[in-house]
Write a protein that binds this ligand. Structure first.
Ligand code: PGA
Length: 321
């Protein structure tokens, strides 16, 4: 780094940077003060000094709401980059000493929450120095994290084409149609046309499950009668059990298999009667795959590389056994 750049950077104090980072993240001076255990006026003074040093307005107030100016957004992004760079440096230091540590920033789409903890458990036990940060969100939010760099690795079904990504397949993800246990169309072969008059429950916009279902319906030239959108797999399961409609859902959300165990599309007669039933519809299950995805154009931290390597080993052991 040129000496002049470094000396310009060092005109900013660590306290000012922390005050700005917390305020920008929490969008509140009060919350930033609480988090940093200082008074509100202290934060305000630090923000003011920072703006004077940079000769830029960083934060604006409209009514009672704080907004980052364009310069503020750029500073927030630069702080995230510096923090990421420092974390990678710490990881490399640990690697020099033969350790994998640092923060593993992972994100997973909501249906993956049924098996991602199985993936993480043995890795976390073997590497106590790794702090795991797992965000479970829908497809849109997962893509946002990958594009902003707030997650390095993602578990998802349909990676976006607009980002330069690498991936490998983790597990199959069959999508099935779920109905209330006593549904009159249960236990007989059906086509989508038989479901024309049903009330469909869909996941929220931005969900990959919804996107996969819509793609399939489009291919089949089928227009479902959408009665309701719900924001989680659990909400869908309960709504189906309550007889509010039928839904396309990942079989993993129903049968919760263990990691690396093939997903069994279990017969309905199970020890405990289930409040729902999988309909036997031509074309279902829709066969999808969970992928582990990461950015090709950005360096991975030591923790992320370690986790990737661990998963690849696990998969190759399963394939060879
Ligand atoms: P989602 O998950 O429905 O929670 O987005 C499915 C996926 O995108 O893999």
């Amino acid at each position: 780094m040129p000496a002049a750049t470094l000396s310009r950077m060092l005109r900013i104090t660590p306290q000012q940077l922390r005050a700005f980072e917390a305020t920008a993240r929490l969008m509140s001076v009060t919350k930033a003060a609480q988090e940093l255990c200082v008074s509100q006026p202290t934060i305000s003074v630090q923000l003011k000094e920072l703006a004077t040093t940079l000769n830029e307005r960083l934060i604006e107030t409209r009514g009672r709401q704080l907004y980052l100016t364009q310069a503020g957004e750029e500073l927030a992004a630069a702080i995230r980059e510096i923090a990421g760079c420092w974390q990678r440096f710490e990881g490399r230091l640990a690697a020099i000493n033969g350790l994998i540590n640092g923060r593993l920033k992972l994100t997973a789409v909501t249906t993956a929450e049924y098996f991602v903890p199985d993936l993480l458990g043995p890795f976390a036990a073997a590497h106590p120095g790794v702090e795991i940060d797992l965000a479970v969100e829908n497809r849109d939010q997962v893509i946002k994290r990958l594009s902003q760099g707030t997650a390095e690795l993602a578990v998802m079904m349909m990676p976006p084409t607009e980002l330069p990504l690498e991936s490998f397949a983790l597990q199959t993800n069959p999508l099935v149609i779920l109905a209330k246990a006593d549904h009159p169309l249960a236990a007989r072969p059906l086509t989508l046309r038989d479901l024309q008059n049903e009330r469909w429950l869909m996941r929220e916009a931005g969900s990959g499950t919804r996107m996969a279902a819509e793609q399939f319906f489009y291919q089949q030239q089928f227009t479902p009668n959408v009665a309701m959108s719900l924001g989680s797999n659990e909400a869908i399961k309960h709504a189906v059990a309550a007889g509010l409609g039928i839904a396309v859902l990942s079989a993993l959300a129903i049968d919760t298999p263990r990691w690396l165990q093939p997903v069994q599309l279990a017969p309905q007669a199970e020890t405990q009667p289930q409040p729902w039933v999988k309909l036997e519809v031509a074309g279902f299950p829709i066969e999808r795959q969970w992928l582990l995805v990461w950015r090709r154009d950005q360096p991975l931290s030591v923790a992320a590389k370690g986790f990737l390597h661990y998963l690849q080993q696990q998969l190759s052991q399963t394939m060879s056994s």
